[in-house]
Structure formats: C-alpha cells, structure tokens
Design a protein around this ligand. Sequence first.
Ligand SMILES: NC(=O)c1ccc[n+]([C@@H]2O[C@H](COP(=O)([O-])OP(=O)(O)OC[C@H]3O[C@@H](n4cnc5c(N)ncnc54)[C@H](O)[C@@H]3O)[C@@H](O)[C@H]2O)c1
Length: 393
Amino acid sequence: MRQEIKFGVIGTSHRGQGLIRQYLKLKECKITALCDCYERLVKQAHDIIGDGNVRCYTDHRRMLREADIDAVCVFTEPERNVPTSCDALAAGKHVLCEVPLCYNIEDCWRMVLAVEKSGLKFQLAEQVRFHPCMQAWKQMVDDGRLGHVLFVRGEYLHPLPEDWFWVDAKTGEKIPLAKAKRHPHKRKGRVWTLEHPIWYLPHELSPLLRVLDDRVVTVACMATRKRSYVYPWFPHADIEVATMRTRKDTVLNLAAGFTAPNYPKIGYGYHWYQMMGSKGSVETPRSNRDKSKMWFADSFMNDPAEATWEFNQYKTPLEALQSGHGGVDYWPMATFIESIIKDTTPAMDVYQSAESAAPAIMAGLSVEQACRCLEVPDFRPNARRKSGVAPNR
Ligand SMILES: NC(=O)c1ccc[n+]([C@@H]2O[C@H](COP(=O)([O-])OP(=O)(O)OC[C@H]3O[C@@H](n4cnc5c(N)ncnc54)[C@H](O)[C@@H]3O)[C@@H](O)[C@H]2O)c1
C-alpha cells in the first residue's frame, strides 16, 4: 500500500508558497497544516492548497502540539531555521529545512546534536546538488575521468531588487524603497540579516561537496567595503570571495553577492561552476549563448567540447521535470520522503548540511579578522566525540 507522509509547513512566504505549489503534485506528500507568523501568508498558502481540512496556525509550537503531522518543512528566515527545526524534532517530527542551515557555528552544533539525539530524519532542501550537470560531474569524478580535482571555482551572484529589503511588520508584505522611507511599521527583511553575502554559499558548496565527496577544512575570505556601491543605504559588502581547502586536497575559490547587477543563465540561474582536475576540466555556461564545456587531457582535444546536461525526459517523473529551478526543486522533498518510508539516510543529512554552512560562516568571520585563515570544525562523530555528545571546546 502507498504510504503518505503528513506535513506541516512552517514559513509560508515567497519560498514556502512556491514549494507548496510543487509539493501538491507529489503523491506521497500530504500537507495537513500551515504556519506563519503572518496570518495573511498562511491564508494565501491555504488558498493555494484549496482544502478546508488543512489547519492554519500562527504559532509553530501550537501546530507541533495539535496538528496531525509526521514531518515539517521549515521555510523560515535562515537565522530561525535551527531553533524551529529543533522544536520540531523535540516534538517527534522529521524535518526538511531550507538552505542555508544557519549563520553561526553554535547553531550547526545545535542542529547536529538535536538530530543525533532524536533518531529522526533531517534533510536540507538544497536542490542544485540534484542538477543533471552535478550528477554528470560526480560520475566523472568517481570514474577518475578528471583525475585528482585540483581547483574549483564557483559564483552565486544573485542581484535582489530594492523591494526585497523591507517588509511591513504587521503583514509581512514587501515594501518598495520609495514607500519604505515613510512607512510607519517597516521591518528589515531577510536580506538585512545576511550580514555577509558569503553566508549564502551553502547553495554553491552543497553540489560541489557532493561531487567531490569531501569537506572543507580551512577558509580565508576577502570582501569589498562594508557599504554597497549599488544601494548606498545598504551597510553590507556587494561581493565576498572565499578561498577554501578541502580534506582531500582541492582548492576552492567561491564568490557570493546579492546586490551587484548580473544576468541569469538558463538552467543555472545565477550559479556558475568550474572544476579543473589533473586529467581534465568541466564548466557550466557563462551566458545564455554559451554551453557547458568539458575537456580531457588524454583525448587529443585542442579545445573543450560543448555539453548539455539535462534530465532524461523519459526516465524522470513528470512532476520533477515540471518543478522549479529547471526541474531540481522536486528532488529534496522526493528523496526526503523516500528516506522516511525506507528508513534510510537522507540525501543531504545533518552532517552534509553543517558541512555546507560552516565554511561559509567561517568565511564571514575571516572577513572580520582581516582575511585570517580559519579552521572549519568536523561535525561527524569520531574518536574524540561520540554521537549525541557535545564537543569539548
Ligand atoms: N533553495 C532555494 O532556491 C531558495 C530560494 C529562496 C529562498 N530559500 C530559503 O527559503 C527560506 C524562506 O525564504 P523566503 O524568501 O520565503 O523568506 P521570507 O523571509 O520571505 O519568509 C520567511 C517566513 O517565515 C516566517 N516565520 C519565521 N519564523 C517562523 C515561525 N517560528 N513560525 C511561523 N512562521 C515563521 C516569517 O513570518 C516569514 O513569513 C529561507 O531560508 C531562504 O534562504 C531557498
């Protein structure tokens, strides 16, 4: 018999509503409860589902106590992801949490320990790791086609318009800059809490670390001045660029920014990746006229070959092909449900989640400490730390 997992969604704003629309197509996913601090947003999500039996809440603890749910989706501001996810685990619910996991190392540990103690499933909803390009690159790395991966570059330069910076404190509605100046109840939106654009790097690191099957051990980072050149009233850097070294000896050079103008690339949005190994290299498109590229040193190639990595339309479920961000939004939820039903390790478990967040957090600290090179903690249980026990620091 087909098993159905009952979900409560916490955070029904822009991302929450977008994902709810997509999850409605998944047979094993039934959304039975919705929660947001803003009633207006809960109502909008309720209208999207169009089922009078779905319960609505503005207090997530009450939802966790009362609603008939097996699992929750945490789609809140990143600094609220960990406390909210920990409340859900304490209430006995599995958790699918949006990216980035958090903005500080203490929260990484809090999340790791809460999952270890609970025995429940936790998955980060980072979706780029499921991109066909990343699956192809992973196969190439696993097969040794690229040799030892020496150098990886990546960018997530996603410009945000002015009306993403303030929200109405009473309704959660976005307020454009011209109105924000005189608005009596404005509240700084999610972009303001992103003090370091590099803190959003988990979106870039998650697919790369999956391809490399590796973790970052040291990080240093540089930034432009702490006042935007694009929006002079915004007191954060336009660009931050981190250099990282992994445990298996690969150097990464990764940039993030949310203000500088940029153009999206079809299928890749504002992401760009390049990987150079001892035997060859691969790269995603630089523009919409460009193609992905691959080059192998032992194949008599004077120039890289063009490549298109796409989902196989005959083998991929229709609801996946139709999902957001070029067909990848389906996979975090689909694989999460599978891990609950089959009782297997989630596709992006709590260790991989912390390993994608911590290098970005340390990069922000490096900027504050004159680009000092910093070590990234190891979150996995080992001889010095048993599962469920806090590290000696
Ligand atoms: N994977 C992706 O491509 C992608 C894209 C966009 C956003 N995101 C992530 O999704 C999350 C949500 O993004 P957004 O743009 O919708 O953010 P947002 O700031 O617009 O919305 C967050 C919502 O969460 C609600 N909330 C916070 N704590 C709550 C609580 N305890 N109980 C009930 N409601 C609570 C807030 O009221 C707010 O409406 C963020 O973590 C973001 O980083 C990921």
